[in-house]
Ligand binder design. Structure first.
Ligand code: DAH
Length: 330
């Protein structure tokens, strides 16, 4: 009989617990169910009227139920605290791009995967990958590439110098790797060099102060402009598809002669520029100590440009915002 009463008490406690949402109502509840004048205390007083056997049994039941009530109240206190912090966090730090639970695993960034793909295309025809530093000397970035101090192209270039004497800079082009590689190696040379370059450019839809290029250099016996055309046409068709046409139009670069820009035919009939190229200027070969009469070609591709064309991306900043909703698409 008495035990049934205790079950009822516990059931009514649970209902009241559900309705308690702060620490004040929890301590009221504790007083009501376990305090001096509580029903449980009343029940405890009745123990003395019971037989020895019942005393033991009923005493234990009362002890168990009191412990249960205490434990339930403690757990509820912890839950209330956790909810309070969680609510606070959510209202102060709204992050709509991070979805921790769903976001498992890793993925290559679209810029990295375009660079790997281009390197892969060239490695299929015998090129290897070379690298150079991003903090460079002005000599490697300009002088060695036939752009001496007095050359107008040097001042037109939006360079980020890193010392007052203008001897060192953040490289403005991956062409620096041509120079470094030729200083260390003899022909035949067939390299591509993907990497980051820096210019003091304002951010707009197609320009960013930090972007990526892939440089190419081939130096071998009797290399001609025809080899350059054939190689770049192969690359364009591998990357964009075999129905894309290429057009070479004359251009000026200090380190190549003749120089050209390569345009590709686009969906709406437009021609879009994707890279610069040319036959390496004899002065560049002389600067790295190669013998007179050496022949070779070079090219430089804008990686963001390739990715924007392939995926129809309209603003360069998308690549650097690190919005997972954008990055997950590729
Ligand atoms: N370095 C040039 C630039 O950043 C791109 C370039 C043009 C690279 C012609 C070359 C080249 O190797 O031959 O605009």
């Amino acid at each position: 009989m008495a035990e049934i009463n205790l079950d009822k008490i516990y059931a009514s406690f649970l209902l009241a617990l559900e309705e308690s949402h702060d620490s004040e109502s929890l301590s009221d509840l504790q007083k009501e169910y376990l305090g001096k004048n509580s029903v449980i205390s009343e029940e405890r007083k009745n123990i003395s009227n019971l037989s020895d056997l019942d005393k033991k049994k009923f005493g234990k039941t009362i002890k168990d139920i009191s412990e249960k009530i205490n434990r339930d109240i403690e757990n509820k206190k912890i839950a209330i605290k956790r909810d309070t912090y969680e609510n606070k966090e959510n209202s102060e730090n709204v992050d709509i791009s991070i979805d921790w639970l769903e976001n498992t695993g890793t993925k290559e960034h679209v810029i990295s995967s375009v660079m790997s793909e281009v390197a892969q295309i060239f490695s299929s025809i015998g090129y290897t990958v070379a690298h150079g530093p991003e903090a460079e000397t002005s000599w490697h970035n300009f002088d060695a590439l036939n752009t001496p101090v007095w050359h107008p192209a040097r001042y037109e270039s939006d360079t980020l110098y890193i010392d007052k004497k203008l001897d060192n800079l953040l490289r403005t082009q991956t062409s620096t790797v041509q120079v470094r590689h030729m200083q260390e190696n003899k022909p035949p040379i067939y390299i591509v060099s993907p990497g980051r370059v820096y210019r003091s450019d304002q951010l707009d839809s197609t320009h960013s102060p930090v972007f990526h290029q892939i440089e190419g250099l081939a130096v071998d016996d009797a290399i001609t402009f025809t080899d350059l055309k054939g190689t770049l046409e192969f690359f364009v068709k591998e990357f964009f598809g075999s129905n894309v046409k290429t057009k070479f139009i004359p251009h000026f670069f200090p380190f190549t002669e003749p120089s050209a820009e390569v345009l590709v035919s686009w969906k709406d009939g437009d021609w879009l520029e994707i890279l610069g190229c040319g036959m390496v200027d004899p002065n560049v070969f002389e600067n790295v100590g190669f013998k007179k009469g050496t022949q070779g070609f070079a090219f430089g591709v804008g990686v963001e440009r390739l990715a924007m064309l392939r995926h129809n991306i309209d603003h360069i900043k998308n690549f650097y915002d690190n919005d997972l909703r954008f990055l997950r698409q590729f």
